[in-house]
Design a binder for this molecule. Structure first.
Ligand SMILES: CC(C)=CCC/C(C)=C/CC/C(C)=C/CC/C(C)=C/[C@@H]1[C@@H](COP(=O)(O)OP(=O)(O)O)[C@]1(C)CC/C=C(\C)CC/C=C(\C)CCC=C(C)C
Length: 467
C-alpha cells in the first residue's frame, strides 16, 4: 500500500493520533514494548502449546477450542463473563506471556476486545476462513433483505447532537470534506461516484474516509507510533459513531450515513480487527489465513459499499450472491495489492504470501528478502495471479447486478486493479525492484470502457428484454 499521503490528510491523521494518544492510558509508556502490547489486546496470540480446556489464568481464562488450535480462531472465556478473542498465528508466545498479557488486558479494558469471527468450541473452530466470512455476508444480506434501518439515532438527532451551538450546516460541510479527501486519495473512485445520486455519493465518501483513516493508523506516517491500545480507542470512537455520537465532523458524516442506509456494523469492526492482525502478524501459514486478512482489510469494503450502491431493481440475483461478489472484489483487489507490493513489504520484514505454497515452489523467506526473480518465483507468481483473477471473475458477476448508477465506479476499480496484474506480468514478475503500475493513459482509456460495461443491465433483465 502506498506510503506517500497528501499533506492535508496527514494533518487529519495527526489530529486522530493526538486524540488517541491523549486518551490512551499510559500510551507513551507503552511505546517500545510492542511485543507485550501485541498480546495485550488479545487479537493475535499463538496458543499452539495449549489445548482445549487448559487453564491460562488459574481459572480466569481458558482455551475453549478443542484439539490443536494451531490455525483457528479461538475464544478465551474470562472470569468476568466477557470475552477476548485470540487469533492463532504463526508466532509463538509462551503461555507465561499470555498469562501476563491477559492480566494486563483484564485490568485495563475489562476484556472488551472482540471479533466477528469467533468460533464455537465444537463446530466453528474447524471452519475455514471462507465459511466464517460467509456468515458475515449472510448477516449483511439478511439485513438488506429485511430493509432494516440502522436508526440508532435519527438524522435530526445526529444533526442536533453534532451541530449544537453552530450556525453552519456542519453535516453538509462534513460530506464536502469527505468528498475532498476521497478526491485527494483516489481520483478514480471520486470520479466514479459522480454518476451516483447525491445521497449515495456522499455516503460512499463518508465510508471511504473512515476506511482511509483506519488504514492510515497502521499504514500512514504515524504508523510506527500506533499501538494496539490506540486501535482500541479508535474502535471505541467508531462504536460511538453507530450510537450516533460522532467525535468529529468526518465521523458525523458516517453517523448520518449509517442512519440512511442498511449498513451493518460488523464489516467495520472486522476491518479494525484486520488492522490489529496486521500489527502483529507478518507471515501467513496458508491461503486460509491470508484470505481472512484480505477479508478483514478489503472484503469488508465491499460489504460496506453495496448497501449504499444498491442492487438493480430488475436484478434477479439473490442479495447474498451479490454480497459474495462484492466480497470477491475486495479480496481480488487486496491480493493484487499484495502481489504488487511484495518487494516493499519484504523491506518491512513482511511476507503476505501463503508460506505453504511458497515452500511447495521451493521458495524461502530468504529468497524473498534477497529479491530473487528465479524461474521458481515466476511459476509461483503465475499461480498467485491466476488465483487473484478467479476472484475478479467472481466479482464481475456481481457488478452487473448493481444499481445502474453504481456500476461505473465499480467497473472502473475492477478494470484498473486487474491491469496491475497485467503490469506484474509485463515486468516479468519482478515485483521486488519494479513497481507494477497503470499508466495515466491506461486509466483514461479504462473509464469509457467501464462506462460502456456499466450500461449493460443485469443478465436476467437482459434475457427478459430480448424475449
Ligand atoms: C467505487 C468504489 C470501488 C467504492 C469503494 C469505496 C471505498 C469505500 C473504498 C475504501 C478503500 C479503503 C481506503 C480501504 C482501506 C483498506 C485498504 C487500504 C484496502 C485496499 C484498497 C486500496 O488501497 P490503497 O488505496 O492504499 O492502494 P494503493 O496502494 O494506493 O493502490 C484495497 C486494495 C481494497 C479496496 C477494496 C475495494 C475497492 C473493494 C470495493 C468493492 C466494492 C465497492 C463492491 C462492489 C460490488 C460488487 C457486487 C462487485
Amino acid at each position: 500500500m502506498t506510503l506517500h499521503r497528501p499533506h492535508s490528510f496527514n494533518r487529519i491523521v495527526l489530529v486522530d493520533f493526538i486524540f488517541i494518544a491523549a486518551f490512551v492510558p499510559r500510551f507513551w509508556e507503552k511505546l517500545g514494548s510492542s511485543a507485550m502490547q501485541a498480546v495485550g489486546f488479545g487479537a493475535a496470540i499463538s496458543i499452539e502449546k495449549l489445548s482445549w480446556g487448559e487453564s491460562v489464568l488459574g481459572g480466569d481464562a481458558e482455551i475453549r477450542s478443542p484439539g490443536d488450535c494451531n490455525d483457528s480462531l479461538v475464544k478465551l472465556r474470562c472470569g468476568r463473563n466477557a470475552r477476548v478473542v485470540a487469533c492463532a498465528t504463526s508466532y509463538s508466545v509462551p503461555p507465561a506471556a499470555l498469562t501476563e498479557a491477559s492480566v494486563l488486558t483484564r485490568e485495563r479494558y475489562g476484556f472488551r476486545a472482540q471479533s466477528s469471527v469467533t468460533t464455537e468450541p465444537s463446530e466453528r473452530s474447524f471452519m475455514s476462513a471462507e465459511q466464517k466470512v460467509f456468515e458475515v455476508v449472510q448477516k449483511q444480506a439478511a439485513m438488506v433483505n429485511e430493509e432494516r434501518r440502522r436508526s440508532v439515532m435519527s438524522l435530526q438527532d445526529v444533526r442536533s447532537h453534532f451541530m449544537a451551538g453552530s450556525a453552519v450546516n456542519v453535516l453538509d460541510e462534513a460530506y464536502v470534506r469527505c468528498g475532498e479527501v476521497c478526491a485527494e486519495y483516489s481520483k478514480t473512485f471520486y470520479l466514479g461516484t459522480k454518476l451516483m445520486t447525491p445521497e449515495r455519493q456522499r455516503a460512499i465518501w463518508a465510508i471511504y474516509v473512515w476506511c482511509r483513516r483506519t488504514d492510515e493508523l497502521v499504514d500512514g506516517p504515524n504508523a510506527s507510533r500506533i499501538t494496539p491500545t490506540a486501535l482500541d480507542r479508535w474502535e471505541d470512537r467508531f462504536e460511538d459513531i453507530f450510537r450516533g455520537q460522532p467525535y468529529d465532523m468526518l465521523d458525523a458524516a458516517l453517523a448520518d450515513t449509517v442512519t440512511k442506509f442498511p449498513v451493518d456494523i460488523q464489516p467495520f469492526r472486522d476491518m479494525i480487527d484486520g488492522m490489529r492482525m496486521d500489527m502483529v502478524k507478518s507471515r501467513y501459514a496458508n491461503f486460509d489465513e491470508l484470505y481472512l486478512y484480505c477479508y478483514n482489510v478489503a472484503g469488508t469494503v465491499g460489504l460496506m459499499s453495496v448497501p449504499v450502491m444498491g442492487i438493480a431493481p430488475e436484478s434477479k440475483a439473490t442479495t447474498e450472491s451479490v454480497y459474495n461478489n462484492a466480497l470477491a472484489l475486495g479480496i481480488a483487489n487486496q491480493l493484487t495489492n499484495i502481489l504488487r507490493d511484495v518487494g516493499e513489504d519484504a523491506r518491512r520484514g513482511r511476507i503476505y504470501l501463503p508460506q505453504d505454497e511458497l515452500a511447495r515452489f521451493g521458495i524461502s523467506d530468504a529468497d524473498i528478502f534477497a529479491g530473487k526473480v528465479s524461474d521458481k518465483w515466476r511459476a509461483f507468481m503465475k499461480d498467485q495471479i491466476k488465483r487473484a483473477r478467479v476472484f475478479f471473475v467472481e466479482a464481475e458477476k456481481g457488478v452487473r447486478e448493481l444499481d445502474k448508477d453504481s456500476r461505473w465506479p465499480v467497473w472502473s476499480a475492477l478494470i484498473l486493479y486487474q491491469k496491475i496484474l497485467d503490469a506484474i506480468e509485463a515486468n516479468d514478475y519482478d515485483n521486488f525492484t519494479r513497481r507494477a503500475y497503470v499508466a495515466k493513459w491506461q486509466k483514461l482509456v479504462s473509464l469509457p470502457v467501464a462506462y460502456g460495461r456499466a450500461l449493460v443491465p443485469p443478465p436476467d433483465a437482459l434475457a427478459r428484454l430480448s424475449r
